[in-house]
Design a binder for this molecule. Structure first.
Ligand SMILES: *[C@@H]1O[C@H](CO)[C@@H](O)[C@H](O)[C@H]1NC(C)=O
Ligand SMILES: *[C@@H]1O[C@H](CO)[C@@H](O)[C@H](O)[C@H]1NC(C)=O
Ligand SMILES: *[C@@H]1O[C@H](CO)[C@@H](O)[C@H](O)[C@H]1NC(C)=O
Ligand SMILES: *[C@@H]1O[C@H](CO)[C@@H](O)[C@H](O)[C@H]1NC(C)=O
Ligand SMILES: *[C@@H]1O[C@H](CO)[C@@H](O)[C@H](O)[C@H]1NC(C)=O
Ligand SMILES: *[C@@H]1O[C@H](CO)[C@@H](O)[C@H](O)[C@H]1NC(C)=O
Length: 291
């Protein structure tokens, strides 16, 4: 409850204190010198604009079949290899890179071998990743990248027609459907996926057998929680530096992956601290940062 008050409040304070930060978000020419990367998730406008515009061409008319399915030839011994399927399709290099760096590729391989439940993958194209706000992917911690990839995985096999009868929100491998809600809706053979920040229509089937289904989407499915939780917010991390001071040599502020991880850990601890503070105390402490 305190967080719900503090988070918007801290945003206001940050805006008042650091107007130049928000100016930077609109003028990407200036490199962010003084700030840790986690600022980005808060300042960015959710990439919803393209979806909100009325589509010039009636999209319902397109059958979800324009994607050429990958045929893998005679099945080799052992589990299906998602990475190999995506490689063969040819325009999923960013997704493949993320699957490897998070080691979710190996996890999936094992999962497909061990479980009869199957797996459904919403696979964003390279174009989809290219359309993300610049720098946002690098601004995510390793944990967030892990959750982002997992959010694109449903822990069982769904054929496209089977989506007509699912109940929303669906559970993804990122977590519970209350924490990471994902809705799948259908109109005839058109299948839409909605996260609360992104609406996208499934472009077609990259691969399907009765165990693994890979569907192409032209937008990255950003989880709503990446935009509303206080975890990656700048407010906590701006209060951190004094506590982290004892080990100044340990980190550089300008690097992506390592510093992201440590900032996330630290902000988790700070969130606990903030919970213990009174509202008035927070306001005073935060406003004193302006001076
Ligand atoms: C899956 O395929 C990829 C790409 O061909 C390959 O790099 C990887 O080693 C394979 N994984 C397994 C577990 O065989
Ligand atoms: C697949 O599972 C079987 C047992 O269910 C196991 O013997 C085999 O080693 C597994 N293969 C791989 C590649 O994990
Ligand atoms: C991605 O960006 C390209 C051009 O930058 C645009 O043509 C395309 O419509 C965008 N796609 C989506 C899904 O926003
Ligand atoms: C799916 O998305 C398309 C394009 O945005 C829209 O026209 C259609 O009404 C949506 N269908 C459902 C069931 O949400
Ligand atoms: C998802 O579906 C549930 C249940 O129909 C609904 O309450 C919720 O608003 C939907 N969320 C989005 C983002 O469409
Ligand atoms: C997604 O679609 C739903 C229903 O069609 C609409 O209410 C919502 O505003 C859309 N969200 C975005 C982010 O475009």
């Amino acid at each position: 409850m305190v967080n719900q008050i503090l988070f918007p409040l801290s945003l206001v304070v940050i805006i008042l204190c650091f107007p130049n930060v928000f100016a930077q978000a609109q003028a990407p020419a200036q490199p962010p010198v003084t700030l840790p990367p986690p600022v980005a998730p808060v300042t960015l406008p959710p990439p919803v604009a393209p979806v909100a515009q009325p589509p010039p061409v009636a999209p319902v008319a397109q059958p979800p079949a324009q994607v050429q399915p990958v045929t893998m030839g005679p099945a080799p011994a052992g589990p299906t290899n998602l990475t190999a399927i995506l490689e063969k399709a040819g325009h999923f290099t960013t997704l493949i890179r993320l699957l490897r760096s998070t080691q979710i590729d190996a996890e999936i391989y094992k999962q497909l071998n061990d479980s009869s439940q199957g797996l459904t993958v919403f696979a964003p194209t390279d174009n989809a990743f290219g359309n993300l706000t610049q720098g946002i992917l690098n601004s995510y911690s390793d944990q967030q990248k892990f959750q982002l990839v997992k959010f694109h995985l449903l822990p069982s096999f769904f054929s496209l027609p089977e989506f007509q009868t699912v109940s929303n929100p669906m559970s993804t491998e990122a977590g519970s459907n209350s924490q990471y809600p994902l809705n799948v809706t259908t109109t005839g053979s058109v299948v839409n996926v909605s996260t609360g920040v992104v609406n996208v229509t499934v472009d077609g089937t990259v691969y399907t057998d009765n165990q693994l289904a890979v569907y192409q989407v032209d937008q990255v499915l950003l989880p709503l929680s990446f935009f509303v939780t206080p975890a990656p917010a700048p407010a906590p991390s701006l209060l951190v530096p004094k506590k982290k001071a004892p080990s100044p040599s340990a980190q550089s502020t300008s690097n992506s992956d390592d510093s992201d991880t440590s900032t996330t850990t630290a902000s988790g601890a700070i969130r606990l601290a903030i919970n213990a503070m009174s509202l008035a105390g927070f306001v005073v402490a935060a406003l004193s940062l302006c001076a």
